[in-house]
Write a protein that binds this ligand. Structure first.
Ligand SMILES: N[C@@H](CCC(=O)N[C@@H](CS)C(=O)NCC(=O)O)C(=O)O
Length: 230
């Protein structure tokens, strides 16, 4: 058994985040593909949230940990990976802020904008899961898509702020979380600002196969859903 076991769903960008990270950090890992295998009593005993990615690792108080950003933070802390998660308190706070802003603000908009095209379920209480008609659901999707421009500009102007990466000259865990997330925008022909295209290219060029190999699973899924709707 590897030191780090990740239970994953391959079409997911939440999962892609940790999949890129373990490769880029050179950690010992194995991946368990949970497609069709989740929600079992065994899995729920380790992960009552029933969410992937899930890390199993011997140093964890309960043996397992979910939430992609928490997984990356833990592994950086454990292995002293300052190049991905700076030890300076101020620099670290910026990385944390970029990740919290992503999961709390950018991702919910991105899910509402892309999940209909991806065929993923949305959350109870949202327009997409309500009794609203198709017109209202399409409007909700379009509204969310339009609203993405605001947070994206925040990443450009504040978190990147003229640097190549949020982490500066090299990608941090916030960059991995951000770039992986933007992959889903390819499902809706979202027009990336030029800086975002350049950023995505820089991330993939810098991380190489650590990025491209797991990203191929997300891209393959997007190609598949697009071929079904063509
Ligand atoms: N904020 C969490 C989100 C995790 C999440 O929503 N995971 C999805 C896959 S993208 C999941 O496992 N959903 C349950 C399911 O598909 O049954 C993270 O970043 O890890």
């Amino acid at each position: 058994m590897a030191t780090n076991t990740l239970s994953i769903l391959k079409p997911s960008v939440n999962n892609l985040t940790t999949r890129i990270f373990v490769r880029a950090a050179g950690l010992d890992y194995e991946e368990l593909d949970m497609w069709g295998n989740k929600s079992t009593p065994e899995f729920l005993a380790k992960d009552p949230a029933d969410l992937t990615p899930l890390l199993e690792e011997a140093g964890l108080p309960r043996g397992s940990l979910w939430e992609s950003c928490a997984i990356m933070q833990y592994l950086c802390n454990k292995h002293g990976l300052d190049e991905f998660y700076p030890s300076d308190a101020g620099e670290r706070a910026m990385v944390d802020s970029a990740m919290f802003y992503l999961t709390g603000t950018l991702y919910p908009l991105l899910a509402r904008a892309t999940y209909p095209a991806l065929g993923f379920g949305q959350y109870p209480g949202e327009v997409a899961t309500s009794d609203a008609g198709d017109e209202m659901k399409a409007k909700a999707q379009k509204d969310a898509e339009a609203a993405l421009a605001g947070p994206l500009e925040v990443y450009r102007a504040w978190f990147l702020g003229g640097k190549q990466f949020i982490g500066g000259d090299t990608p941090s865990i916030a960059d991995i979380r951000f770039a992986a997330t933007l992959e889903f925008l390819r499902a809706i022909d979202y027009e990336f600002p030029a800086w975002a295209e350049e950023y995505m290219t820089a991330m993939e060029t810098t991380l190489g196969e650590a990025y491209s190999e797991p990203a191929a699973d997300v891209r393959g899924y997007i190609d598949y859903v697009r071929s079904q709707s063509a």
